[in-house]
Design a binder for this molecule. Structure first.
Ligand code: ATP
Ligand code: SF4
Ligand code: MG
Length: 341
């Protein structure tokens, strides 16, 4: 019998999220901020898709639309799992709650994302209680099992967030997501607030958990140096759009979009490692309420030509990658050698 190819776990089609925002001090004006604009993506079960881009490029908004923490302005999200195909963007009521259990988020700041008045047992047990999945002795057992999986100890159960280090707090955040036995985890800058010496420990924990539970990760970071460590494929976002997507090694070694080249140029090359500071792309960040007519990257692109100002490039297959650049075939861009440390 021929094996049927598995459909992707997540299918994201033409996803859009627009916000209304006020502009101007004297003459107030309502503008539309296109935080996510027409993003198409597929995520395979068990993979880590890294999503990278500078601050304001729409990474968090994309993650939140996929998990339905935000209502998308347009487009579709589908989940294909053992239960069949679900149209995530149409879910309501109990069905939406059930989906939210399957798609959890780990947040950036382990200091502000934990309630200081709740101990570890209460923090990690709360999602079980709220979803009426366990209480009493059973809840305690499930929480204990989960915190052991993330490298915490039984004596930590009664302790409060203030008594933990940043790395341990992030482990509590991971346990809180894991306790619901999700299929997908959106990890939104999960190590950006941590000291560089702790970052690798938390990344390695995420990798171990993924292998153990066959988790699927959407791993969001502004730092290519972090994304390249954990991802199987990498999606590059710029101004709310997906500009390049490819397998990790190919995208790192042979980038095809000029913005990917800029991000790669900022990856530290020597022992002087990334220390949580933001790498800044030269030039003005885009105004999402007033994007250029042609390619969104045109004001900052050193390869721009007339056609780039007149016509927006489509995302299309070039070699192993999907790229939106008119000159993706002819540019010879500078990549970096893939290394895991
Ligand atoms: N609730 C909101 N109302 C209005 N604009 C918003 C809202 N949330 C996000 N935005 C805007 O949408 C754009 C994308 O924001 P988003 O937080 O998704 O970016 P990001 O890539 O996650 O950035 P960072 O790396 O700083 O976390 C930004 O211009 C931001 O100001
Ligand atoms: S389409 Fe033109 S402006 Fe846009 S990235 Fe390619 S070369 Fe640069
Ligand atoms: Mg963000």
């Amino acid at each position: 019998m021929v094996n049927q190819p598995q459909p992707p776990l997540l299918e994201i089609q033409n996803l859009k999220k627009y916000f209304s925002a006020q502009r101007g001090f004297i003459r107030r004006q309502l503008v539309t901020v296109k935080a996510v604009d027409d993003v198409n993506l597929q995520v395979q079960a068990g993979e880590t898709l890294g999503i990278v881009g500078e601050s304001g490029s729409g990474k968090t908004t994309l993650g939140r639309c996929i998990t339905r923490l935000y209502e998308p302005t347009g487009g579709k999200v589908y989940l294909n799992d053992a239960g069949g195909r679900i149209s995530v963007t149409e879910l309501e009521g109990e069905d939406l709650k059930r989906f939210r259990r399957k798609a959890q988020t780990i947040f950036q700041d382990p200091y502000s994302s934990l309630n200081p008045r709740m101990n570890v047992l209460q923090t990690v047990g709360e999602p079980l209680l709220v979803n009426k999945l366990a209480k009493g002795k059973e809840l305690e057992e499930r929480v204990t099992e989960t915190i052991l999986q993330v490298g915490l100890r039984v004596e930590h159960l009664q302790r409060y967030p203030h008594s933990f280090s940043g790395g341990q707090r992030q482990r509590i955040g991971i346990a809180r997501a894991l306790v619901l036995q999700p299929e997908v985890i959106v990890a939104d800058e999960p190590v950006s607030a941590l000291d560089v010496s702790i970052q690798a420990q938390v990344l390695n924990l995420l990798i171990d958990l993924q292998q153990k539970y066959r988790l699927t990760y959407l791993f969001i970071s502004h730092a290519m140096s972090v994304v390249r460590y954990i991802s199987d494929r990498i999606a590059v976002m710029y101004a709310g759009k997906l500009v390049e997507l490819g397998p990790k090694t190919e995208l790192l070694e042979y980038p095809r979009h000029p913005y990917t080249e800029v991000l790669l140029a900022a990856v530290p090359r020597t022992a002087q490692r990334h220390r949580g500071k933001r790498n800044v792309t030269p030039g003005e960040p885009p105004d999402l309420a007033n994007l250029p007519k042609g390619c969104v990257f045109v004001p900052r692109c050193k390869y721009a030509q007339d056609i780039c100002r007149a016509q927006a490039p489509e995302l299309r297959q070039v070699g192993t990658n999907l790229v939106s650049c008119h000159f993706a075939e002819s540019l010879h861009l500078q990549g970096i050698k893939f290394e895991t440390t």
